[in-house]
Design a protein around this ligand. Structure first.
Ligand SMILES: *[C@@H]1O[C@H](CO)[C@@H](O)[C@H](O)[C@H]1NC(C)=O
Ligand SMILES: *[C@@H]1O[C@H](CO)[C@@H](O)[C@H](O)[C@H]1NC(C)=O
Length: 229
């Protein structure tokens, strides 16, 4: 099971995608991505960009800030911008306001099923090729990710205890650590959309609705390494 998770992680998968877009002569494999394919990149809406408090280069979106129910107190990403081959650390702190919890009749179980989606896209520097957005979804839960445990997602509640999933009441810290392997990255401008959401159960069938906890977009340059083969 764990083997697949790294690929689902988005960051790495995107790096691999970018690598796949590199000339096929590197390994002789035919790649589905062709340079004359026209791809739409869902970049941030520049006219409505809203910064997130803390040391980071991210913005709220694509879901508008006022539709996000998790109030972000701060977002720290170190280093910012993220570098390949070096661990980076993310701390996202915030909470769901009491009034929102009450209005939506949220239960702790709703948060146990929350998910985290990462959508990655890129524009490669060398030839301007656009890498199609790819979306990966994992449970928003404390977990070791990757084949060798090279990534970790952890959640702390208001009293500092490490917990399995977001607590309904009080402040939560979401922590993440990972490193992007440089040889899998082709230098370019990368956009990551990170969206956490939960499903609010409706009364009838098909009445469930998705509620956005938080959504943030990070666009930055990643410098890849020469292929070792
Ligand atoms: C970008 O955001 C502004 C302000 O919210 C909105 O008026 C505009 O239609 C948006 N543009 C696109 C392309 O979504
Ligand atoms: C945090 O989690 C611990 C361990 O599960 C629990 O004892 C504590 O009551 C929780 N605190 C809050 C504020 O949820």
């Amino acid at each position: 099971m764990k083997t697949d998770i790294l690929l689902q992680l988005g960051l790495c998968a995107l790096s691999l995608t970018a690598a796949a877009a590199a000339p096929a002569t590197h390994n002789g494999i035919q790649h589905p991505l062709t340079s004359n394919k026209i791809i739409t990149i869902h970049g941030p809406n520049l006219s409505s960009k809203q910064r997130i408090p803390g040391h980071n280069d991210a913005f709220y979106g694509p879901v508008p800030k006022d539709e996000q129910i998790f109030r972000i107190e701060l977002l720290e990403i170190a280093p910012s911008p993220i570098l390949v081959n070096k661990y980076f650390f993310i701390l996202l702190r915030g909470e769901i306001p009491r009034s929102t919890r009450q209005d939506l009749h949220l239960q702790p179980a709703d948060l146990a099923d929350a998910t985290l989606s990462i959508t990655g896209s890129a524009v490669l520097e060398k030839d301007g090729e656009e890498i199609e957005p790819q979306r990966y979804t994992i449970p928003l839960r404390t977990a070791e990710l990757g084949t060798e445990g090279e990534a970790h997602l952890a959640i702390r509640n208001a009293t500092g205890a490490y917990v399995d999933h977001l607590a309904l009441e009080g402040r939560n810290d979401i922590l993440f650590d990972y490193w992007i392997p440089g040889p899998f990255v082709v230098t370019g401008k990368y956009t990551f959309e990170i969206e956490a959401s939960l499903w609010r159960k409706g009364k009838g069938k098909g009445e469930d609705r998705r509620i956005c906890l938080f959504a943030l977009t990070l666009t930055q340059r990643l410098e890849g390494e020469e292929w070792p083969w």
